[in-house]
Structures are given as structure tokens and as C-alpha cells.
Design a binder for this molecule. Structure first.
Ligand SMILES: [Zn+2]
Ligand SMILES: [Zn+2]
Length: 266
């Protein structure tokens, strides 16, 4: 079985998480993971000093805990940088402010995607939201200030089962191919975010067809992430994710150290 490294985890240093970092590290060791990367949130569109303070506290806490886990866990320091196109100069300043091992690029909510978080949103509006989202994601990848693109199909987490069932996802293939082309040209990677496998959505972000497409287009840099916001979810479903990557054609995946990929056999 492949050694499992969780490249997407949150702790108390994220605005939407209250799990102490030490609990995540203990959970990773208990799961027998090779290691984990801390990727606490930073949303560029609503940035203020509190974000930087939280991230700095997270780095200090990881440094303090590191000796205790030496020889047991590979621990790397990352950040999940969302909505960088809201202020590209600031986004680059945030990343340059600390020696991060890994930068995840992502998009969450935005004013143009009104209704995304509302379970009553029907398929017609949701399709518009997805079109807008993939347009925003293309802006993220074109900015090229990150290592790996997080949770490609993220909005689907919020569609009601009825809405999800009525969506024609093939309609977005052209936009997604464009995103993949830019990622691959820039030497950046794609995340397989398995959080959907342990949440009500029941599928990963993205599903295996998209992973296969990324591989066919020449993508070789992929990471695995639980996107855990609770220590019980650290490493959860990563083994299933590794299996999906193999199905898609990959023979290796990676984690990042010093902004460079370290490949692990699948
Ligand atoms: Zn995210
Ligand atoms: Zn996340």
C-alpha cells in the first residue's frame, strides 16, 4: 500500500475550525500516515491582519510541536490561499511572508455565485454558478501563485441531491480542460480532495474521470488531501483516494517540501 501523506488539513488557526494542531498530529500518527501538511485558510478577498496573526501562530505552534514527532511524522507547513485574484499583489505578499512548503490555491464563495450555499438553489441557477466558478478558477490558475489547485469541483458539495442529479457536468468540460492546460503548462498540480467521500456528497473533488483527463493531458503532479476540519477526519479516505489515482493512470503522487514536489509511489 502507498505511504499516505495528507496535504490538506485545517486546525484552530483556520477561521472555521477549532481543532488543536496537536490533536491533528496525534491523529495522523494513529492513522499510520507518513505525515501531513497544515493548510490553514487565508481568503485574499476579505483579508485583514487577523489572518496573518492566525497563520503566524500556526507556524509557531508547528515549530514547537515538531521535535516531539521527529522520526514519526513528516510535517510540512502550507497555506490554503483562496481568491488570490481579488488582490494579486497582496496574494504574493502573503505567500512571501513565510517559508511555506506548500501553497494550495482555491476558490470558495464569491458575490457572483449568489445562492451557491443555499440548498434550495435549483439546477438552472446552479449551472450558472458552476460556469462562474470555473471562470473564477481559471483566473486563479492564470495567476500562478500556488503549487496545487484544491478541490476542483468544490461547489457540488452544496448542491441538493435533486439539483446535483439534474446537472449536466459535461457542459463544463471545455472550461475544465482550459484550467488543466494552464496548470500543466505552468508545472502546477491538481488535488484529489477526498472530503466528499466522508461527507453527504459521497464523491471526491474531483471524480476519477477528471483525474484521468488531467493525466491524459500530461498532468503528473497530484496531491491527496482530507481537508479535515476535525482530527477524526485526518487521513480519512486517503487510501481510497490513492486507489482512485491508480485507476486514473497515476503511478505516483506527491507532497511538497520547500515548494517542490516529493513523489511517492502509488
Ligand atoms: Zn477549500
Ligand atoms: Zn481546506
Amino acid at each position: 500500500m502507498a505511504a499516505l501523506f495528507d496535504s490538506h488539513t485545517h486546525s484552530v488557526y483556520s477561521h472555521d475550525c477549532d481543532t488543536p494542531l496537536q490533536e491533528n498530529l496525534a491523529a495522523a500518527a494513529k492513522q499510520g500516515l507518513l505525515g501531513l501538511c497544515t493548510t490553514d485558510h487565508c481568503e485574499v478577498n476579505c483579508f485583514d491582519a487577523v489572518w496573518l496573526q492566525r497563520l503566524q501562530s500556526g507556524r509557531q505552534q508547528l515549530a514547537a510541536l515538531r521535535p516531539q514527532w521527529a522520526g514519526q511524522l513528516v510535517l510540512t507547513q502550507g497555506i490554503e490561499l483562496a481568491y488570490p485574484q481579488a488582490d494579486p499583489v497582496l496574494a504574493r505578499q502573503i505567500i512571501a511572508a513565510a517559508p511555506y512548503d506548500f501553497v494550495l490555491g482555491s476558490m470558495h464563495g464569491s458575490p457572483a455565485k449568489k445562492g451557491m450555499f443555499d440548498p434550495a438553489t435549483g439546477p438552472r441557477r446552479f449551472a450558472q454558478i458552476l460556469r462562474t466558478y470555473f471562470g473564477e478558477l481559471l483566473q486563479v490558475v492564470q495567476l500562478d501563485c500556488f503549487d496545487v489547485l484544491a478541490h476542483l469541483t468544490y461547489p457540488l458539495r452544496y448542491a441538493s441531491p435533486q439539483t446535483a442529479a439534474a446537472l449536466d457536468l459535461l457542459a463544463f468540460d471545455r472550461q475544465i480542460d482550459e484550467i488543466f492546460a494552464v496548470l500543466i503548462k505552468n508545472g502546477r498540480g491538481l488535488e484529489l480532495n477526498v472530503s466528499g467521500l466522508y461527507q453527504s456528497y459521497g464523491k471526491p473533488f474531483p471524480t476519477v474521470g477528471y483525474l484521468r483527463r488531467f493525466y491524459q493531458l500530461g498532468g503528473r503532479i497530484v496531491t491527496l488531501g482530507s481537508d479535515a476540519h476535525h482530527s477524526a477526519d485526518i487521513g480519512r479516505q486517503l487510501a481510497a483516494g490513492a486507489q482512485l489515482l491508480r485507476q486514473a493512470g497515476f503511478t505516483a503522487y506527491c507532497y511538497f517540501r520547500g515548494r517542490r514536489p516529493v513523489f511517492l509511489d502509488l
